[in-house]
Design a protein around this ligand. Sequence first.
Ligand code: ZN
Ligand code: ZN
Length: 170
Amino acid sequence: MTGPSSTPRPEHVNGRVGGAAVRRDPATGRLESTSPPLERFLACVQKTAACWLWTGRIDRHGYGEFKAEGRKVRAHRWMYEHHSGAPIPDGMVMDHLCRTRNCVNPAHLEVTTVRENTRRGRSANREKTHCINSHEYSPENTYVSPRGGRICRTCSRATKKRSREAKRGA
Ligand SMILES: [Zn+2]
Ligand SMILES: [Zn+2]
């Protein structure tokens, strides 16, 4: 039985993850893939009608993880830099317009400041400039949680310290 041909299906990108060509680096003696990074990258992407989903390693924050030039980078950041041809400026963060963290579609990615990203968050408290203990939600003091909420770093440090002390006292 076959479905109607009009049904949108995810478009699989064919890679050679298993059968990738490798060579031994004479300097380090380590085996490394000779496939171009983009080819290796696309082998881990499953394109849907909207998002390009990362099927490789996902870090504990839900972002795709890609290894390029010997170091681990976030897959969507790598794709954005590859696509735009320029590095992401210091102090800027990537914003997923589709709110799908493991999406690497450059059309869904935008460079923004921490402050702007925070403002766009869906938290009900997004207009507040200070936490309940009057610490400013400055870029340095703000951690954006996986769900998009803002967490005051000062308070979170204090909470951790208190729980350590409580454990010690128990
Ligand atoms: Zn997306
Ligand atoms: Zn605080």
